[in-house]
Design a protein around this ligand. Structure first.
Ligand code: T4K
Length: 406
């Protein structure tokens, strides 16, 4: 990262050296939790120039078609349908499958899922997660009722959720299972990359994702009828001859977005390797630090390493997650407390949660103790060393870093 400030490598000797207590920050330039990967500029320009010459900018253009084809190969799935974003993609997938009534989802996930269900007139049914941070199959089974229309499980932080157990639960009730794979591009479940599981998987290709098109979404499926319907629905319901075949939206991807995706896909293996280096540097830097539990994917799991996620045990670390977050942010390390306070505690859903007396203790615990650190393209091993030293310093001096009054 570019950072020429003279105080960049300030020595941390006493608590007074912390920016939270008035010293200059460790980083003059903020370290974001995520930074978009940028592809080779010349290759990107060449694709944009070709689109420019063609004057074909959207509506299923050649770059979108090429990206869909290459994604089918990379993910080893028969159908890839690109969309404008994952939120629209999930909405259309639900509509294409005719989902009605209630939809079970984890409370510990990005709020977009609950929101699009709500806006579509479906009822989000929040469910607790398990130790993996993903939807708990047993809790999911317990929440299935006569009005359940679908289950949407998130492969949170890039790790596949318990796909087999969830599929068993949904099969037993003949309910479609969908996966929100927004975090998990490139991850594998057993022999296969994610993309072919459930009725469909929905990836976000937002700029902050491991593989991105600036804004974008992707539905992957083995179901050719569903894929065909989604192609119509992303383009107002038109069939290739221009006749309206069904209701639809404008959820198309432009050629400019596809050019970014093609460039990023060219470099996806190198991007992943860099993210893995960063993740490993954190694992070394935070090893044996009491109370900071870094979430590391099992060695056999082909994770994209895009997210560096830790849980803070306040009693062992010496301060709670929110105080450590304040220490980091003051130093320009813009760590994030995803996904607090949990979907079930956000408006408008909180009213239902309260009325039903819904208790989701695992979700609440994660919302209180998860901290996401700069990872992937947002950090390099040199930054990571400084960030880890800062976290260790906070632990070692926890007693002196007093909590705010009141
Ligand atoms: N399901 C899950 C599990 C998701 O995480 C998401 C999206 C979705 C579904 C929905 O997918 P989409 O409909 O968006 O395709 C960000 C993203 O906006 C959002 O897409 C994402 N999840 C979510 C987890 O993160 P914020 O509010 O945290 O974004 P923001 O603007 O604070 O950016 C995060 C960091 O990235 C910042 O530190 C700044 C940095 N950044 C961001 C952008 C946009 C950059 O450096 N450059 C950039 O261009 O939601």
């Amino acid at each position: 990262m570019t950072d020429t400030a003279p105080h960049k490598r300030k020595a941390l000797q006493t608590p007074a050296d912390l920016a939270l207590l008035g010293a200059p920050p460790l980083f003059a330039v903020p370290r974001h939790v995520n930074r978009p990967h940028v592809p080779d500029k010349a290759a990107f320009d060449a694709r944009i120039n070709a689109a420019w010459e063609r004057r074909w900018f959207t509506n299923d253009g050649p770059l979108v078609k090429e990206l869909e084809q290459r994604l089918c190969e990379y993910l080893d799935v028969p159908h890839c349908v690109l969309m404008s974003n994952a939120t629209a993609a999930l909405d259309l997938t639900m509509k294409a499958l005719g989902v009605k009534g209630e939809v079970i989802l984890p409370a510990y996930t990005f709020i977009s899922t609950a929101n699009i269900l709500h806006i579509a007139g479906l009822t989000p049914v929040f469910c607790d997660v398990d130790a993996s941070m993903a939807l708990d199959p047993a809790a999911c089974a317990a929440r299935i009722g006569p009005r359940t229309g679908a289950v949407v499980a998130t492969h949170v932080w890039g790790s596949p959720c318990d796909i087999d157990a969830l599929q068993e639960v949904c099969d037993a009730h003949d309910i479609p299972l969908l996966f929100d794979a927004a975090h998990a591009f490139g991850a594998r479940h057993k022999a296969h990359r994610l993309g072919r599981f459930g009725r469909a998987e929905v990836f976000s290709l937002h700029a902050t994702k491991a593989f991105h098109t600036c804004e974008g979404g992707l539905v992957t499926t083995c179901d050719s009828t569903l894929a065909k319907t989604l192609r119509r629905m992303r383009n107002f319901g038109f069939d290739p001859m221009g006749a309206v075949e069904c209701a639809g939206l404008n959820a198309k991807m432009s050629e400019m977005h596809a050019a970014m995706g093609l460039g990023n896909l060219d470099q996806i293996d190198a991007t992943r390797a860099l993210a893995q280096d960063v993740h490993r540097a954190y694992a070394r830097g935070l090893a044996d630090l009491p109370g900071f539990i870094l979430k590391l994917p099992p060695a056999a799991e082909e994770n994209n390493h895009h997210y560096v996620v830790g849980r803070i045990n306040a009693a062992e670390f010496g301060m709670d997650r929110d105080r450590l977050h304040a220490v980091l942010v003051a130093e320009n390390v813009l760590a994030r407390r995803y996904f607090r306070p949990g979907g079930h505690r956000c408006p408008p859903y909180i009213a239902l949660t309260k009325a039903a007396g819904l208790e989701l203790p695992q979700t609440d615990a994660l919302c209180n103790d998860v901290l996401v650190l700069p990872g992937g393209a947002a950090a390099d091993p040199a930054d990571v060393a400084l960030i880890c030293a800062l976290i260790r310093f906070a632990h070692d001096n926890a007693a002196a870093i007093a909590p705010p009054q009141g």
